[in-house]
Ligand binder design. Structure first.
Ligand SMILES: NC(=O)N[C@H](N)C(=O)O
Ligand SMILES: [Mn+2]
Length: 281
């Protein structure tokens, strides 16, 4: 809503309205860096290495997204880094529409801010609001349309067929996904896609209370694309230890040692791409 008295259009964030802020608001309105480093010329927390990358908001670069109308995109993870998937933000403006992915490419969109309407040829239109998502199988005609504005995080990859399995259109929201068992771990886990063999990746939503951390110092064959939706903490990637906060994006190549500890005063929540269900050979 617009304030009628002010000359400042940017939402002001004070202690008192901490609780009334939109969920995931830190992703699209991040605190760029500690105040003593803000606007320091040339300073960024971003790093790009052989087996991982940290891409922080002050480094995001937007340009028109091919085949989409009135939408700016920032590709954050692409095969140029060694990944087999892309991860990007799509900032949809007034009266904007998505384009279709290339042939045989599957897509998952998650709404970080605003709202879009998903239309396809068979079922009726579905409104996707913050925290909801849609999985679009490869070669599945669809359109995402936005009246006002929306920010989506999008994952796409070439679908890896397995026997006669096929995937289906899925529309859901994080809060409706059940909590799953995490043997040996303390974080709360939800998955956005079915765990059945048809799906060659999943998106995990992981919640940590301040002070909680991964017990397993993970090293594994899977790739990850991560968006920190809420909170702050320390991410270990290889021999590097990075302070991270909501809005940060991480690329993890196969086998990069990885570990997270949540700090600060609020819950950490991250969204994590993980390739699953396929023989690495
Ligand atoms: N870095 C991570 O959080 N990894 C997940 N626990 C995972 O691989 O499932
Ligand atoms: Mn992992």
């Amino acid at each position: 809503s617009k304030s009628d008295d002010g000359f400042c259009s940017a939402p002001s964030i004070t202690e008192s309205d901490e609780n009334s802020k939109p969920i995931y608001g830190k992703v699209t309105n991040p605190t760029l860096s500690p105040s003593h480093l803000q606007d320091l010329p040339g300073f960024t927390r971003s790093v790009y290495k052989q087996d991982h990358a940290l891409i922080t908001p002050e480094s995001h670069v937007y340009s028109p997204l091919p085949d989409w109308t009135n939408t700016l995109g920032a590709y954050l993870i692409t095969p140029a880094m060694g990944s087999h998937f892309v991860m990007y933000f799509a900032k949809m403006k007034e009266m904007s529409s998505s384009g279709l992915p290339p042939q045989d490419i599957e897509r998952l969109v998650f709404v970080v801010e605003g709202a879009v309407t998903l239309t396809n040829t068979s079922s009726s239109s579905r409104k996707l609001t913050v925290d909801s998502y849609a999985y679009l199988p490869p070669n599945f005609y669809h359109s995402l349309d936005c009246v006002e504005s929306a920010t989506l995080v999008v994952f796409e990859r070439r679908y890896d067929h397995l026997g006669s399995h096929t995937t289906e259109l899925i529309v859901g929201s994080t809060d409706k996904q059940p909590l799953l068992e995490t043997p040996g771990e303390v974080f709360e886990l939800r998955k956005l896609l079915p765990v059945s063999l048809a799906y060659d990746f999943n998106i995990h939503i992981m919640d940590f209370q301040p002070g909680e951390f991964l017990n397993v110092k993970e090293v594994h064959y899977n790739q990850h694309g991560l968006l920190l939706l809420e909170g702050q903490g320390i991410y270990r990637l290889g021999d590097n230890w990075y302070p991270v906060q909501a809005g940060d994006v991480i690329w993890m190549a196969p086998f990069v040692p990885q570990w997270y500890a949540a700090l600060g005063k609020t819950r950490s929540r991250y969204l994590l791409y993980k390739d699953v269900n396929r023989n690495p050979l």
